[in-house]
Design a binder for this molecule. Structure first.
Ligand code: PEP
Ligand code: MN
Length: 341
């Protein structure tokens, strides 16, 4: 349930409610809105009586959140969340472009990728050091060595790093090097891993499970928020359907759906979503036009030589073209909103 405080409730009254929530054995989660402070009460709701909270001073109303996800829902927080990664803002009108290779392969490759990403206007650098591969016989990533190379690339370009974490035991080391921890599609329902990244203070990029429903996706985000980490960016990366001419089907429908139900930012990955290099630009533009808060794309200085996901990896020239088109599209979108459309 959520407790809505009166507009002019005092700091003491808010503290008093928080203490009462804790005393009853529940976890309070605070949301300071533009107008009102909301306190989320997390725990087994069957054991809470709303009339008790209603009687506390400064409380305006107590309402149950009927959806299974609470903290990620717009009922809990009306304003769209802006996730901050160093000086990059993501969400609520701030769009992000994340670019870089599927995997970190060597020093030259990742530094060059970072320089190209930076040159054309990417905000963050991606690159996997720990790779979830379908075959145990393919390249599994450079591990810590890869994290160190990402750090070097960051030193050269200043671009913050997005990289995947696959294991609870590796959260600490990845968090040491990464600015955003990515949870891959195959781990979207690895609940212990979600809880572990919920306990760190770095933003998390949560990719949608390849067969996850919208509700399952939001429940996975809820795992992270419920541990205290509110900096979650959702990512649509394509789902499995009967379609076989692309690697996955990019479900752009989920963008307005997420915007309606949740305050969290959502970005789109057209590289994994299509599996085809030539589809990355059109689907990136479609995602931005549909209201996504950004895109994450695989780009390599020499894409045909990519050790992993070569078919869907764009070239530096394609990336330059993508950025030009995204910028043009954004100016167009701005004029739409100025004209009240
Ligand atoms: C990746 O980003 O390289 C990746 C493995 O993504 P996904 O988990 O979406 O397949
Ligand atoms: Mn990949």
């Amino acid at each position: 349930m959520i407790i809505i405080m009166e507009t002019n409730s005092t700091h003491e009254q808010i503290e008093n409610v928080i203490e009462s929530v804790k005393k009853l054995g529940f976890r309070p989660h605070l949301s300071y809105g533009e107008e009102k402070t909301i306190i989320g009460v997390i725990g087994d709701e069957r054991q809470i009586t709303d009339s008790y909270f209603k009687s506390l001073p400064g409380v305006e109303n107590v309402i149950p959140i009927l959806k299974p996800y609470k903290l990620v829902s717009r009922d809990f927080k009306k304003e769209s969340t802006i996730v901050k990664v160093e000086n990059v803002l993501i969400g609520n009108g701030h769009r992000v472009v994340i670019a870089g290779p599927c995997s970190v392969e060597n020093e030259e490759q990742i530094i060059k990728s970072a320089q190209i990403a930076k040159k054309y206007g990417a905000n963050l650098l991606r690159g996997g050091a720990y790779k979830p591969r379908t075959s145990p016989y393919t390249f599994q990533g450079l591990g810590i060595e890869g994290l160190k190379l990402l750090q070097q690339a960051k030193k050269v370009t200043g671009l913050p790093i997005v990289t995947e974490v696959m294991e609870v035991s590796e959260v600490e080391i990845v968090a040491e090097y990464a600015d955003v921890l990515q949870i891959g599609t195959r781990n979207m329902q690895n609940f212990r891993l979600l809880q572990a990244v919920g306990r760190i203070n770095k933003p998390v990029l949560l990719k949608r499970g390849m067969s996850a429903t919208l509700q399952e996706f939001l429940m996975s985000a809820e795992y992270i928020l419920s541990e205290g980490n509110y900096n979650v960016i959702l990512c649509e990366r394509g789902i499995r359907t009967f379609v076989d001419y692309t690697r996955n089907t990019l479900d752009l429908n989920i963008i307005p759906a997420v915007k309606k139900l949740s305050h969290l930012p959502i970005i789109v990955d057209p590289s994994h979503g299509t599996g085809k290099r030539d589809f990355v630009i059109p689907l990136s533009l479609a995602a931005i036009a549909a209201g996504a808060d950004g895109v994450i794309v695989e780009m390599h200085p020499d894409p045909n030589k990519s050790i992993s996901d070569a078919d869907q990896t764009i070239s530096p020239e394609q990336f330059a073209d993508l950025m030009k088109k995204i910028n043009a599209l954004e100016s167009l979108i701005k004029t739409w909103s100025q004209n009240g459309r």
